[in-house]
Write a protein that binds this ligand. Structure first.
Ligand code: FES
Length: 56
């Protein structure tokens, strides 16, 4: 599903970024650009990152 509509970023892309070593919203923001425009996706993106980190 789309998490960040501004950049058409999906939850799968965010999970993959964590698998590649990102461990914070700032990291994923740098890699994908998530939450760098309107910011509405920040909370959901962060939840996905935290959940994914638990599986790492
Ligand atoms: Fe992600 Fe706007 S929805 S920056």
């Amino acid at each position: 599903m789309y998490v960040c509509l501004c950049h058409a970023i999906t939850d799968k892309q965010i999970k993959e970024a964590v698998r590649q070593g990102d461990c914070s919203l700032a990291d994923v923001k740098k890699r994908l650009g998530v939450a760098d425009q309107c910011g509405k996706c920040a909370r959901m993106a962060n939840q996905i990152i935290q959940t994914q980190l638990e599986f790492e």
